[in-house]
Design a protein around this ligand. Sequence first.
Ligand code: SF4
Length: 397
Amino acid sequence: MTEAMDKLIPSLTNPEGQAGARVNLFDLDREGLERFFAETLGEKRFRAHQIMKWMYHQHVTDFGQMTDVGKALRSRLEQHCEIRPPNVVLDQGSSDGTHKWLLGMDTSNSIETVFIPDKGRGTLCVSSQVGCGLNCQFCSTATQGFNRNLSTAEIIGQVWTASKHLGNKTHHQRKLTNVVMMGMGEPLLNFDNVVRAMSLMRDDYGFGLANKRVTLSTAGLVPMIDKLSEVSDVSLAVSLHAPDDDLRTQLVPLNKKYPIAELLDACVRYALRKPRTSITFEYTMMKGVNDQPAHARALAQLMRKFDARVQREDAAKVNLIPFNPFTGTRFERSEEADIRAFQKILLDQKVLTMVRRTRGDDIDAACGQLKGQVMDKTRRQSEFKRKLEQQGVSDAA
Ligand code: SF4
C-alpha cells in the first residue's frame, strides 16, 4: 500500500459515522470488501475472499492468526481495520434446545437473537432494529418503541455469534441451516444494511446458505417488497394476522397505509418474479380475536385466490403461530382445539397450513417475545416517525 493510501484509510468513516475509527470488516459484503482491498489498500481482490473465509468459516477475528496473509498486510489491517462482533451480554439455553443471546449493540442498547433447533434443521431468528416503531398490537418488541437501525455488522454479527457458539461448519455438518429476519424490528425499514447482511448469509465465502433458507419477514411495506424483489432472491414471509382490513388495521396499524389487497398484489408480484419460492403468511392466533371459523374461511379464500393469481398450488403457505403472552398484553393464546379447527378449515380448502410449535417459552425466546434493552426511545421514536412520514407511512406508527 502506498503512503497516499495509508493516509486515505483513516479518513473513512465507520457505520456510526465516526471519522477515523477503524473499519469493522463485518460491515462490508463481498463486493464491498473486494473494493476496499482493491481501491483502498491497493491489494488484489482475492485477498477479500481469504479474509472472509477466516472470518465466516473459521470464526477468526484476529488478523495475526490469518496465516495465509502476508505479515505486512496483516499489520496494515490491524492498524486500520477490525473484525468486531457484538458483545455477548447474556447467553441462555432453554430446556428444549432453544438458545437465546442478549447482544450489546452500544453502551445503552441490546437486542436478542434466538436459535431454534428442530429435526434436521436449525433456525436463527435475527433482529434488524433496536426496538420497532410499527406498533403491532400483539408484539412485545413494539412496547419498547424504536431506537435505531442496526448496522450490517450488527446484523451479520448475530449470525456469526450463534454460528461460533454452535461450532457451525460452513459447507460441512451445518447446525445453523436457516436464518429468518423475524426478530426485533421491521427489516424493510433498514433496507440497505439488511440486504447487505443477507448477501453475506448466502455468500459461499460467508455462511453459504441457500436463498430459500434465508427469509425476510415484513409487516407489509408494499413499495419495499417490490424493491426487495429487484435485488434479492430470499424467501418472503408476511405478517398477515387477519383476513380483513378492519381487524388487520387494529392489529397491524401499517395496514391503514397498505391494506390487504395492495399487500397481496405486491406478494403476487414477488412470487411471479421468484418462481420457485412460496410466500409464507404468518398468522398469530389470539383467543376470540382472529381464531374463529369465519376468519379461517375468509383466510382460505384469500389464499386460494393468491394461488390462482400466481398459477401455482401452494404458492401461499400459512403459518399459524399460537400467541405468546408477555407482561401487560391484553391478548391470550387461542385454545389448542381452536387452532386445530382453524388449520383443518384451511387444509380442507387445500391451503398448505402449518402450526408453529412454541419453543423457548422458559427463556422468553418464543416468537413475539423478543425484547432487548431499548434506551432513549422517546427521542428516537419521533425521529422514526419523521422518517416514516418521509416514506408516506406516518399514520402507521
Ligand atoms: S411484529 Fe414486527 S413489525 Fe410489528 S411491531 Fe413487532 S417487530 Fe415491529
